[in-house]
Design a protein around this ligand. Structure first.
Ligand code: IMP
Length: 180
């Protein structure tokens, strides 16, 4: 599937699964000590495959909610973050684990984190599958990072290019001709 459109595989499915297990174990330890209810907030749509794998390894009671924010068209960030779907749950006093697919410029998480605190969250921690620190424009750090990736546009495991490639089971880079 899509074999002739992929230039290279950066992170394999096995590596992602192993890392999710490690992250889940760490999160279980860290959140076990907090007396508050844990709400996992996933940003649609890219974080869904990562979320599904990760929560298998969080051995604590938790609830889930979803937000959809957008700022992207094609491969370049276009500034402002728009809330497309807000949370359904009240988050006052909750411990939130915000799940993201990739931190790129950092604008999305910067805005979303501020918003969650504005709605009364007790604490917001961020877990991201990928971190692309070379592209950062606003200061934001994820508390938990799956993998750090170089400054290349990546697809797969939830990440898309024009809504395609989200179902690739690995993280890869597309051939340049795909963008032409
Ligand atoms: P930020 O606000 O610039 O940090 O962008 C975060 C969002 O941009 C992510 O949730 C992705 O949807 C998208 N994004 C950033 N870099 C990539 C990439 O390399 N591949 C696919 N999507 C990306």
């Amino acid at each position: 599937m899509f074999g002739d459109e992929i230039l290279k595989v950066l992170i394999t499915e096995e590596e992602i699964e192993k890392r999710c297990a490690e992250l889940g174990e760490q999160l279980t330890k860290d959140y076990a000590s907090s007396g508050n209810k844990l709400l996992v907030v996933a940003l649609l749509r890219g974080s869904v495959p990562f979320l599904a794998e990760l929560i298998k390894y969080i051995k604590l009671p938790l609830e889930m909610d979803f937000m959809d924010v957008s700022s992207y068209a094609g491969t370049e960030s276009v500034g402002d973050v728009k809330i497309v779907k807000d949370l359904d749950t009240s988050i006052k006093g909750l411990d939130i684990l915000l799940v993201e697919d990739i931190v790129d410029t950092g604008r999305t998480l910067h805005v979303v984190k501020r918003m969650l605190y504005g709605k009364g969250a007790e604490r917001v921690r961020i877990v991201t599958l990928l971190d692309k620190p070379e592209r950062r424009e606003v200061e934001i750090n994820a508390d938990y990072i799956g993998f750090t990736v170089p400054n290349e546009f990546v697809v797969g495991y939830g990440l898309d290019y024009n809504q395609k490639y989200r179902n690739l089971p690995f993280i890869g880079v597309l051939k340049p001709e795909v963008y032409e």
